[in-house]
Write a protein that binds this ligand. Structure first.
Ligand code: MN
Length: 312
C-alpha cells in the first residue's frame, strides 16, 4: 500500500485558527470529500465573540460540520436556525447547477446568547465539504443529526457520522446522514492506549486525519493535523488498516467513492467548470436570488475574482 502524508496549511477563518488539509497541492479529494478544515482547538476569553463567519454562499457542495467542543449557531437562506453542539453533525446542501445555491452564517454561542448552559468558551470542530455529483439535479436543504450510531472496540469509541460500516465483530451500522455519492466518516476516539482495525471499502479512496494526539501506523508516527491518504489502487489487496494510539487521541476516518467529474474549488464555490464559478461570483456579488437571504445582521462577505491563470 502506498501512503501519502499531507501537511496542513495554516489559516484563520472567522477569527479561529484552522489547519487546512484539503485542498492540498495537486492532491485530489478523498471520494467526494474535497475540503477539510480542522478548526481550533481554541479557547475564548469571557468577552471574546469566538467564531464569527458572516453571510456567504455555497454551490455544488454539502458543508458537513462535526463538532468536538463549543457550540455554533447556523442560520441559512432556507430559514433554518440550528445550534450545533458536540458529537452532532450539521449538513447543508447547496444544490447543483446555476439555478441552485445557498447562503449562511456561523457564529459561536454561549450560555448567555443562545447556547446551552454547558456551552464552553471554546471551539473545536472539523468542517468538511462534500462535492455534489453535478450530473444530478440536487435541491438545496439543511439537516441536523443529533443521534448517530456509536460503538466501542478495544476501548476505542467509534461514531459513524455518515455512511454504512461493518466493524470487525461483523456488526453493521448505518448513519441517517443524507448522501449523494457513497461516503463514510468515522470519529475514532481512544479511551485508553489501544489499537483499532478500520475496514476499507472496495473502490473507495480513504484518509485518516489526526484531530487530537498522534497515531502509529505501520511503524510510523503521524502528528496532529496530518492527513494520511490511501489511494484506491493501493488497497486492492488490503481490506483493513490497524492504527495504534494513546488515550485521548482522536481521528477522523474518511472514505468515498471517486466522483467521475472535475472538482474545482474557489472561495466558497465548487463547480465542474471554470465558467460556472465565474457566474457564481457575479451572481453572489450582485445579490442574485438563487442564494436567498439570511435573517442576520452579520457582515456580507464579497466573493473575490478568480485569479489569472486559474486552471479550469
Ligand atoms: Mn460556509
Amino acid at each position: 500500500m502506498s501512503i501519502q502524508t499531507l501537511e496542513p496549511r495554516l489559516a484563520d477563518v472567522g477569527g479561529i485558527p484552522i489547519a487546512r488539509l484539503l485542498p492540498n497541492k495537486g492532491k485530489q479529494p478523498i471520494g467526494a470529500w474535497c475540503f477539510l478544515d480542522h478548526a481550533g482547538p481554541a479557547e475564548f476569553g469571557e468577552q471574546e465573540p469566538g467564531l464569527q463567519v458572516g453571510r456567504h454562499p455555497h454551490t455544488n457542495l454539502q458543508t458537513f460540520t462535526w463538532m468536538l467542543e463549543g457550540e455554533v449557531l447556523h442560520k441559512d437562506s432556507l430559514g433554518n436556525e440550528q445550534v450545533i453542539t458536540k458529537n452532532k453533525v450539521n449538513l447543508m446542501t447547496a444544490g447543483t447547477g446555476l439555478t441552485q445555491g445557498i447562503s449562511h452564517t456561523e457564529q459561536s454561542v454561549f450560555p448567555d446568547n443562545g447556547g446551552s448552559d454547558e456551552a464552553a468558551h471554546a471551539l473545536h470542530a472539523v468542517q468538511l465539504w462534500i462535492a455534489l455529483p453535478t450530473d444530478q439535479q440536487i435541491e438545496r436543504s439543511f439537516h441536523h443529526y443529533p443521534d448517530l450510531p456509536t460503538w466501542t472496540e478495544n476501548d476505542v469509541k467509534l461514531t459513524l457520522t455518515t455512511g454504512s460500516y461493518t466493524n470487525t465483530a461483523r456488526d453493521t451500522y448505518t448513519a441517517p446522514t443524507l448522501q449523494y455519492s457513497k461516503l463514510v466518516g468515522i470519529d475514532v476516539h481512544f479511551m485508553q492506549d489501544s489499537e483499532v482495525t478500520l475496514n476499507l471499502f472496495e473502490g473507495f479512496e480513504h484518509g485518516i486525519l489526526v484531530v487530537v494526539g498522534e497515531v502509529e501506523f505501520k511503524g510510523k508516527t503521524y502528528q496532529q493535523d496530518e492527513l494520511i491518504r490511501f489511494d484506491e489502487a493501493d488497497i486492492t489487496d488490503k481490506r483493513s488498516v490497524q492504527v495504534r494510539a494513546t488515550q485521548g487521541t482522536r481521528l477522523m476516518f474518511l472514505g468515498g467513492e471517486p466522483l467521475n467529474q472535475k472538482v474545482l474549488l474557489w472561495w466558497n464555490f465548487v463547480a465542474d467548470n471554470k465558467e460556472d464559478i465565474e457566474q457564481s461570483i457575479i451572481d453572489w456579488n450582485n445579490g442574485h436570488e438563487r442564494f436567498g437571504n439570511v435573517d442576520s445582521d452579520m457582515k456580507r462577505l464579497i466573493a473575490p475574482e478568480l485569479p489569472q491563470g486559474f486552471k479550469g
